[in-house]
Write a protein that binds this ligand. Sequence first.
Ligand code: NAD
Ligand code: MG
Length: 383
Amino acid sequence: MTRSISILGATGSVGASTLDLIRRNRADWRVVALTANGNVAELAALAREFAVEVAVVADEKRLGDLREALAGTGIVAAAGRDALCEAASRPVDMTVAAIVGCAGLGPVMAAIEQGGTIALANKEALVSAGDVMTAAVARHGATLLPVDSEHNAIFQCLAGSRIGDVRWITLTASGGPLRLVEDLSAVTPEQAIAHPNWDMGAKISVDSATMFNKGLELIEAHHLFPVGLDRIRIVVHPQSVIHSMVEYRDGSTLAQLGPSDMRVPIASCLAWPQRMDTPCAPLDLAAIGELTFFAPDEVRFPATRLAREAAEAGGAAPAVLNAANEVAVAAFLARKIPFSRIAVLVERVLDDRSFSSAPGSLEEVLGVDAEARMRATELLELA
Ligand code: NAD
Ligand code: MG
């Protein structure tokens, strides 16, 4: 049976991996909407290839170019934030949420309101909105499937078990490309982006280098799997073969293993609760040889501590942490601040006591996000 699907952030790394799987199983899927930030040429090519209903570019200035690129196809071309949400709200069996950053929150919420299945890669949206998003999922009878490899692993390890029987959730972290680099102040964007195991977008690659990715994932896990923050721990596992683990009260630990290829967790969402083929290389454990594990170094990489503190504080803190990190990462990529200042800036914005009230709606989350961005930008300019 053909199923309908929309991909938010279709031109990115997760978007491309998703479309690769759909291309290999073309008859199973009808693609309804594809979106991108500003890459009109790529978006139009994909929209034509998959004969979609609507293609949306976030950057309104690119609407003319998109219309031109889709002329004569019958595909609706649209632009801007409202158009993104309109496209996301078209009823589909599955939405793949693969926009990077809190920019994806509005579209994800629009998709949730349709009550379908959301395959969520866009962790920043869940970190910022937290209970606002999980409550909307429950209210609209939507299903949230985690694409993030760690959360997808945990989801698989939890299958059929009672959450009350879980003793520990262990998130594995590769430790990123800088784990063994001594002088973090001299790190360039090129070094930070060169991830040893995964090929990903620029923002998440920097997040892996700072460990903010694992910090965001801790908050993400806390919302997806309600075992309590004190039962979620992080272990550094440089080979990225075990994608995460669940330990039960009887002493059994279940782990999910696989190649470092996002097509594995994406396929697990696309086919859920069944399975589908992927072209990924089989796991060759004899060739890998060794799996090693280390405790995270929160002195050199304070991000996981900051994220845990923000999650414990609750309220606006996770949205503030996320927004400040987005601003800091963009400044680092633009070579405006050194690598080591990313965590310092996030901590300073979090220390700003003016963010106290807990956001209770999408609008309030977006308000906190905007305020925290302003504060982070001010602090950047002061320095
Ligand atoms: P990416 O930068 O490669 O792609 C991001 C996509 O979002 C692109 O299609 C881009 O056009 C779109 N986009 C960017 N800014 C936008 C904006 N302001 N408004 C609308 N659209 C915008 O990123 P990615 O690596 O594919 O990551 C996407 C999400 O998935 C992130 O939240 C990331 O943390 C998460 N994730 C990625 C991976 C991975 O392997 N790449 C793994 C786990 C989770
Ligand atoms: Mg991950």
